[in-house]
Design a protein around this ligand. Structure first.
Ligand SMILES: *[C@@H]1O[C@H](CO)[C@@H](O)[C@H](O)[C@H]1NC(C)=O
Ligand SMILES: *[C@@H]1O[C@H](CO)[C@@H](O)[C@H](O)[C@H]1NC(C)=O
Length: 205
């Protein structure tokens, strides 16, 4: 009896002491599902990028109430986020998952497209309708939109995982699973180098 009470107390304390996990976008697959998805992706040489313009991927769509996709993600993925009537974040804490940088002002964060819009363009989206491109650019149902430090977003640019990986190696697993899930859902192609990089990142899971 005494033992079970102390065990119960110990686990209650452990639950209270554990930091609240940072929220993440929905739909991140398991490593095993991601491996299956990766095997199903079409490997192809990337397109040239001719004709690409960010304007071909309209953002930011209205998502919920007064929140557009950008504001929605900031609210969803921060802690204790307080927004005004226009859904602009007034306060909160955000930890950029790519580099573990911590912020208390929303303007310090960029919303990164996990699969960059230009990478989508050269891997299949150049033949899509504008509505399909808009769906990818505003997708809050899959792990496509991430609130990250402006510096991480800008160093990533349009690059794929064979060319750029997040600074935090402990995030490689989640990064690869998310990238693969988005490419798989939208039936975008990957290059051979991209496949090799993703596979080795999944090995860290
Ligand atoms: C992130 O930063 C916090 C605070 O500086 C630190 O306690 C934590 O260990 C870091 N996490 C990783 C994965 O580096
Ligand atoms: C994030 O980086 C992409 C690619 O360089 C860029 O197009 C986008 O404008 C950046 N996001 C913000 C909010 O600046």
């Amino acid at each position: 009896m005494k033992l079970s009470i102390s065990v119960a107390l110990t686990s209650a304390v452990a639950v209270l002491a554990a930091p609240a996990p940072m929220p993440t976008p929905p739909g991140i697959p398991t490593a095993s599902s991601a491996r299956t998805q990766l095997a199903g992706l079409t490997v192809a040489v990337a397109g040239s990028g001719t004709g690409y313009s960010r304007d071909l991927f309209p953002t930011w769509d209205a998502i919920s109430g007064n929140c557009n996709a950008r504001e929605f993600v900031l609210k969803r993925d921060g802690q204790n986020v307080v927004v005004n009537n226009a859904c602009e974040s007034q306060s909160g804490t955000w930890i950029s998952p790519y580099d573990n940088a911590s912020f208390t002002t929303a303007s310090s964060l960029d919303i990164d497209h996990m699969v960059p819009l230009k990478n989508a363009w050269i891997s299949g989206a150049s033949s899509w309708t504008t509505a399909q491109r808009e769906a990818l650019a505003n997708d809050v149902s899959r792990p496509q939109l991430w609130a990250v430090s402006a510096s991480a977003n800008r160093s990533k640019g349009d690059r794929s995982p064979d060319q750029w990986k997040p600074p935090l190696t402990s995030f490689y697993c989640t990064y690869a699973k998310s990238w693969i899930d988005v490419k798989s859902f939208y039936q975008l192609t990957i290059t051979s180098a991209e496949k090799t990089a993703l596979s080795s990142m999944l090995d860290t899971c």
